[in-house]
Ligand binder design. Structure first.
Ligand SMILES: [Zn+2]
Length: 82
């Protein structure tokens, strides 16, 4: 499965340089997670919460406040639908 970096829009297979910001509950609610392909892209994500809200705003999602408290940065492959 190919993933798209939300910072530089690169589309590629997941590998060791990739990380995502999110949580299992974010994925269970069907909301997109924030995917990043490299340290360079992560250095541009100054505030992951803001980036996630922007991303969800684009798809018209209305996340609960609780969800935003539990997200974290994860190195393993994102299993999100989008
Ligand atoms: Zn990138």
């Amino acid at each position: 499965m190919k993933h798209t970096c939300n910072v530089c829009q690169k589309c590629a297979e997941w590998d060791s340089g990739w990380e995502w910001y999110g949580s299992i509950s974010i994925q269970e609610d069907g909301l997109p997670v924030l995917k990043t392909c490299s340290e360079k892209c992560r250095s541009r994500v100054d505030d992951p919460k803001r980036w996630l809200l922007l991303l969800w705003g684009k798809v018209g999602a209305k996340p609960s406040k609780k969800i935003l408290k539990n997200f974290r940065r994860l190195p393993e492959e994102a299993k999100a639908v989008s």
